[in-house]
Design a protein around this ligand. Sequence first.
Ligand SMILES: [Zn+2]
Length: 405
Amino acid sequence: MNLDHIAETYVKLVLAVGVHDESYVDAYIGPAAWRDDAKTQAVPLNTLLAQADALIAHSKSLPPAPQDQTERHVFLGLQIAAVRAHIAFLNGTVLPFDEESKVLYDAVSPTLTPADLDKTLAELDGLLPGEGDLNQRLSHYNKQFEIPRDKLDAVFSAAINEARARTRRYIALPDNESFSVEYVSGKVWSAYNWYKGNSHSLIEVNTDFPMFISRAIDLASHEAYPGHHVFNVLIENELVKEKGWIEYAIYPLYSPMSFLAEGSANYGIEVAFPHVERMAFEKEVLFPLAGIDPEKAERYYQIQAVLQRLSYAGNMVAKRYLDGEIDRETAINMLMTYSLSDAERSAQRIRFIEKLRSYVINYNLGQDVVQAYIEQRAGKQDQEKRWAVLTDLLRQPKSASMMLT
Ligand SMILES: [Zn+2]
């Protein structure tokens, strides 16, 4: 078996796993016949496990790849290991949180205790108006930053068009790349990018919960420019079509691809909208479009920056809950205390954690690892360089351990 052959076998294996778990194949742009073949019968999980083991052995015994394919080989090896772990999971093998994230995402989140978060909570205590319960105060304060439902599309469209214009200044994208936006409900996520191939994405925005003004740019950048949509466009055009690296025609959700996808999509927000430029655009365009007083923007974003530091609380709660250290109710209460999300949001968050498990680390740890990788090479100030390193990373995907070495 050579690398291309291993790649093809991997794609077919992921398709076969997708027959057992419909959330597994996040995007597929490979030959339709392969997918149709996979769907004709459900291959037993034990058989798939044996196939994964054989593929791992083949990949390991492959002689060193030529220079330009070394990273391709390493990354594919990690992807295959993640497929194996997910087959085992579907077959009943549930790993402890950290072991699971290691094999699925090639990363382990730092262990946090509530005490680590107390300092940040104290800081918020000084920033939020009122007294007493922080969660209620934040919830009350945030109300004035809700985008009214009838203005949501105008605000989100403005954000996404701006993110697109900024991204296209630095990343050459095909002329036909496009996206559409739909508003949906009843989901565990707040937005989702479905990549459809031919440089097109469907972006779904969940309207179950109020959308706050900070989410407009966050979602526009994360889901689309330079986030998921751009990543998929580059993969399709440069890796699958130009290089013929067929493994990139499929995206298994629980794999190192997601660590890079979520991490770069989150860090991409700041690349597309450095703080000063973001504040200007928020005050001049988005706040007025949403009918929110732009005078309130500075304090609001100061608070957002502090809240950002609480994001690892979600990993802590997910780990404790999934490892069986705390029950569901305690987990929801901890999210309310340490993530400061209200009761309904916390319940939604728990449903997300139950469904996607250690996937949660991809957002914050992913962002931090991608940020460190890019800033080590480009610094914080040189925008052009930052875009260049980000683009290279998306064109030649690296896992967490590859970025950290
Ligand atoms: Zn995402």
